[in-house]
Design a protein around this ligand. Structure first.
Ligand SMILES: [Ca+2]
Ligand SMILES: [Ca+2]
Length: 146
């Protein structure tokens, strides 16, 4: 009976140390820089606040990056009147992270409209991704440096 209890205790300690790694096991996160080139973001400024068509106006996009628990980890500056903005950003790259990229149209006198978003795992950041909700835009992510 005693040896059984001891075995349970030892296996609990082993499992516990696997589930809760100590801070010494954690590697520092690598800071990585990327460029995001957007194409064909929807026009959030097709109509003005009164609902009238405004053909000369275009979206004023900015980019928000959230982690998988929904915490905002990056927000870009706002670029005026473009459907093909290019953003540069740096993050503490985490191999286990899933990043949510959302593009929004800044409106001075109304809530910001969403222009599309996509969830991308840390290992798959580079490349071309289609945006959804709403669909229409695409983004290409390029890693800077080695
Ligand atoms: Ca605009
Ligand atoms: Ca706008």
């Amino acid at each position: 009976m005693k040896s059984f209890t001891l075995a349970v205790l030892i296996s609990t300690l082993i499992l516990g140390s696997l589930a809760f790694p100590t801070t010494e096991d954690k590697k520092p996160l690598e800071n990585r820089s990327y460029v995001v080139a957007c194409s064909h973001l929807p026009n959030g400024d097709l109509k003005n606040a009164e609902g009238e068509i405004t053909p000369m106006d275009s979206s004023d996009p900015f980019m928000v990056i959230r982690n998988k628990v929904g915490t905002q980890i990056y927000r870009s500056e706002t670029l005026d009147n473009t459907h093909d903005p290019v953003f540069q950003f740096a993050i503490n790259w985490d191999a286990t992270e899933i990043y949510n990229f959302e593009f929004r149209d800044h409106d001075a006198f109304a809530p910001d409209d969403t222009l599309g978003q996509v969830n991308i795992g840390a290992d798959g950041l580079e490349g071309i991704h289609n945006l959804g909700n709403p669909a229409g835009g695409t983004i290409q992510i390029i890693k800077l440096g080695a």
